[in-house]
Design a binder for this molecule. Structure first.
Ligand code: AHR
Length: 510
């Protein structure tokens, strides 16, 4: 919980006239856990996310394990990826899972109508995806086909993946080389069913959800966590109908999608004006209010917070890189994207009572990617670094924080708070703070008042760069990367520091 008092016209102490912010961290309070699943990811059969992003095939010159690239697995593991949503996206509602099992050379082909009209040869299917998740040490989140599939098809998929006994689907799985059921917990029942997932009206989809969810069975000790296809952006009506028409015990979660873009004019990922920067920062700051709107609706129908809000697609969406297939959504990723990630993750942390899962779109080579690949090369994006730095919040207890800061920024110079932060205490008692200064020119001198603990050490890592358009390239892969932060000064009961302009800082206090 953050208490924000703005604006602040007085400075904090007579002798510290440069101090612009005072933050009080109550390290001995807090009760809500920040689910690690808030730090989840999403990968669709789209452009070069699956093919070339993860999947290169066993014979490829790129180092791989059973066809899956080692460099990408290694990088994502290092960022502590907690879950991965697949196979879409819009693709999920035209995907027929049986086409993606059995000998690869015998798998039928299909047209990926949503994403470039390319031929999908189904060489990456259920077994390959679950192998990827095992290599990553991450939980799979599978989205079923409601738009063009059937109840039986989805029910069979659950049986194929989760049933350990003798049955037609479990036997088929064994024929295809997998003895043990995988025991997948997270299942989405369709995707964007108000749009690409069938253009349904909310009442109709709510009934469809009830049907599909009924036949997605629990096998053995595995209890499914079923997620209803949710709303997008500020459409509260869809959320309201789902909460009203679907019995709460039938859904573990309700999804929400939000892309921070101007759909009429997305602009370049790397070559953008200050006006565009502020437009994006305004959306990222206001994302909190948008989430609160949906949470308020959910609170009305579910005051105890039984149903999770699952933000299973979010991120930036720019014009594709010049010369690339417009249907492949390949974009670069700058410090501006890093700020969107950092602000959004702070929003999710603060709302962890209701938000139990979120999935950045999309992990490799698509939209706000964590990593980009080019043949045998791979680079980490600024967004990757934010996720890796923020991973300390996973499964930690959210701490109440009060913030007093007068630094504002924005198109007219004053609409947006420059500072965003979030704090948590992990199970070993370490306290972490993630701080963001989106002001491109002004540093923020601050005092942290650390209450409720005797601390003996504090350290930090910072992600910053001269220009907000700075990014990593295959020629210069380390242009933007986190470094140790050396500007901490311990004072009585607290810490003084300067949060530089355009930076993301994660502190550890113990
Ligand atoms: O992430 C790209 C697309 O955006 C997804 O397929 C769809 O769900 C959303 O509209």
């Amino acid at each position: 919980m953050i208490f924000l008092f703005l604006p602040l016209s007085v400075l904090w102490s007579q002798d510290r006239t440069d101090t612009r912010a005072r933050i009080t961290v109550n390290t001995d309070l807090g009760k809500e856990k920040i689910s690690r699943h808030i730090y989840g990811h999403f990968s669709e059969h789209l452009g070069h996310c699956i093919y070339e992003g993860y999947w290169v095939g066993e014979g490829a010159p790129v180092a791989n394990t059973r066809g899956i690239r080692n460099d990408v697995v290694e990088a994502l593991k290092n960022s502590s990826i907690p879950n991965l949503r697949w196979p879409g996206g819009c693709f999920a509602d035209e995907y027929h899972w049986m086409d993606g099992i059995g000998p690869r050379e015998a798998r039928p082909k299909m047209v990926n109508t949503h994403w470039g009209g390319v031929t999908e040869d189904n060489s990456f299917g259920t077994h390959e995806f679950l192998d990827l998740c095992e290599q990553l040490g991450t939980e799979p989140y599978i989205c079923g086909n409601v738009g063009s599939g059937s109840v039986e098809e989805m029910s069979d998929w659950v049986e194929y993946i989760n049933f350990n006994g003798i049955s037609p689907m479990a036997d088929l799985r064994r024929v295809n080389g997998r003895e043990e059921a995988w025991g997948v917990t997270y299942w989405g029942v369709g995707n964007e069913n108000w749009g690409c997932g069938g253009n349904m009206r909310p009442e109709f989809y709510a009934d469809q959800y009830r049907r599909y969810a009924t036949y997605c069975r629990n096998y053995g000790g595995n209890r499914l966590r079923k997620i209803a296809g949710g709303s997008h952006d500020g459409n509260l009506h869809w959320t309201e109908v789902m909460m009203k028409e679907i019995p709460l015990h039938m859904m573990w979660g309700l999804s929400l999608h939000h892309y921070m873009t101007d759909w009429g004019n997305k602009g370049s990922a790397t070559d953008f004006s200050m006006e565009e920067y502020w437009k994006t920062m305004t959306m990222a700051v206001n994302f909190g209010d948008l989430l609160d709107g949906h949470i308020r609706v959910m609170d009305r129908y579910d005051p105890d917070g039984r149903v999770a809000l699952v933000v299973d697609e979010w991120g930036t969406w720019w014009n594709v890189e010049p010369g690339t297939n417009p249907g492949f959504l390949y974009q670069q990723n700058t410090m501006r994207d890093a700020f969107v990630a950092a602000l959004s993750l702070n929003h999710f942390n603060e709302r962890c009572r209701r938000i139990k899962m979120a999935n950045l779109a999309q992990t490799v080579n698509v939209l706000q990617a964590m990593v980009l690949t080019q043949d045998e090369k791979m680079i980490l994006t600024p967004t990757y670094h934010v996720f890796e730095m923020y991973s300390v919040h996973q499964d930690a207890v959210l701490l109440p924080v009060s913030v007093e800061s007068d630094l504002r920024c924005g198109p007219e110079g004053g609409e947006l708070p420059a500072l965003s932060l979030s704090a948590s205490r992990d199970e070993t008692g370490k306290v972490h703070l993630s701080l963001v200064n989106i002001h491109p020119e002004e540093d923020l001198q601050m005092v942290l008042d650390i209450r409720g603990m005797e601390f003996s050490a504090a350290s930090g890592r910072i992600l910053t760069s001269d220009r907000i358009s700075d990014h990593n390239t295959f020629e210069d892969p380390e242009a933007v990367h986190p470094v140790a932060y050396t500007g901490l000064k311990t004072v009585k009961d607290g810490i003084e520091l300067k949060l530089p302009a355009s930076s993301v800082l994660v502190l550890e206090i113990q």
